[in-house]
Design a protein around this ligand. Structure first.
Ligand SMILES: Nc1ncnc2c1ncn2[C@@H]1O[C@H](COP(=O)(O)OP(=O)(O)OP(=O)(O)O)[C@@H](O)[C@H]1O
Ligand SMILES: [Mg+2]
Length: 338
């Protein structure tokens, strides 16, 4: 199997098609996509465009009508489906915990199938529940119905990570959580992925979530046709067409500022100024702008020096104030985009 090394492996989809019997048009039509090893690729697209079907073909919960899938160079269609699925973490859209198993047993399901000894399974359950912020003593022996929707969803994420698979398919994994828990899960998950470098396909309807987590984003149309496949920074700076621009929404420039960090910017003056409002090095430029607006000033100080409003404008390629030109931000090239 492709998971001797739990770090990610490359996934290749070649002319992948699914035509459900009795349907006039294919749900997924001739999709070709490369997902580099260790990257998190986000699928965004309208309801019914084929995101879940595309994912389910990768772990063969749905059999393709035609086309090929390779994971780590191995032809997935030649593998035994049950065996394949033990090596791919899957968070399904409706969580899908087993109601008659405790939270601990749900999380330990795949390790058990893989024959891990009991002590190692117990240790893994403790580690993973802590990771998704569920107290082990409180939750391990409860049943899924005794948890809220968001808590169940976190158990779903823990279960998918349990056997440390190199590939994870995550179908709207944080969809049922409140905005605060969701933000927390996104931040923790982004940190975790930085260490683990698994190959992940992640579906969301939330473009902000896509930008925050994705190494790349695939914006999909009907039948899983790819409208654009690129890094978040490139999609925000140069949306391929109006369809993609529609997904980004009105505030593309603010979203680009959110991708850039204070410590990656050349300071306008490389001396820290304690008299100005302060931002941390890992704050985003959007947060720096927020600090400036909140203090009614056009500058703030990070650890490496002073940042100005004009500097933020330059970072996203818009005309600096007072220059008299009206450069369209979308056509500019942000520092750090390329
Ligand atoms: N088992 C099935 N049999 C027939 N048609 C199906 C089946 N599953 C999905 N479809 C159809 O295939 C299309 C794609 O469905 P899919 O579930 O992949 O969409 P999706 O992009 O995941 O949508 P959502 O964002 O709502 O989850 C839809 O038109 C759907 O009605
Ligand atoms: Mg779906």
């Amino acid at each position: 199997m492709f998971d001797r090394d739990p770090a990610g492996v490359r996934i290749e989809l070649r002319a992948l098609t699914k035509h459900y019997p009795g349907q006039a048009a294919p749900a997924v039509d001739n999709v070709t996509l490369d997902i580099p090893a260790g990257e998190l690729v986000v699928f965004v697209g309208p309801s019914g465009c084929g995101k879940t079907t595309t994912m389910k073909m990768i772990n063969r919960l749905v059999e393709p009508t035609s086309g090929e899938i390779h994971i780590g160079g191995q032809d997935v269609l030649s593998l035994h489906p049950d065996e394949l699925r033990r090596h791919i973490g899957y968070v399904i859209q409706q969580v899908g915990l087993f109601p008659h198993l405790t939270i601990g047993e749900n999380v330990a399901l795949v390790p058990k199938l893989l024959g891990w000894p009991a002590a190692r399974r117990t240790e893994r359950v403790e580690e993973l529940l802590a990771l998704v912020n569920l107290d082990v003593a409180t939750f391990r022996d409860r049943y899924p119905r005794q948890l809220s929707g968001g808590q169940q969803q976190r158990v779903g994420v823990a279960r998918a990570l349990a056997a440390d698979p190199p590939v994870m398919l995550m179908d709207e994994p944080f969809g049922a959580t409140d905005p605060i828990t969701r933000e927390h899960l996104q931040t923790e998950f982004a940190k975790l992925q930085k260490q683990l470098r698994k190959t992940i396909i992640f579906v969301t309807h939330d473009f902000e979530e896509a930008i925050k987590l994705g190494d790349r984003i695939a914006v999909l149309r009907e039948h899983s046709h790819i409208a654009q496949y690129d890094t978040p920074a490139n999609i925000l700076a140069n949306p391929a067409d109006d369809y993609v621009a529609g997904f980004i929404g009105q505030d593309a420039t603010l979203k680009r500022l959110a991708l850039l960090r204070v410590e990656d910017m050349p300071a306008d003056s490389p001396v820290h100024d304690p008299a100005l409002p302060q931002v941390t090095g890992d704050a985003s430029l959007r947060e720096a702008l927020d600090v400036m607006v909140a203090h009614g000033t056009d500058r703030c100080s990070g650890p490496q020096g002073v940042l100005t409003y004009a500097g933020l404008c330059a970072a996203v390629g818009s005309a600096p104030p007072g220059s008299g030109t009206d450069a369209a931000p979308r056509e500019g090239v942000a520092a750090g985009d390329r």
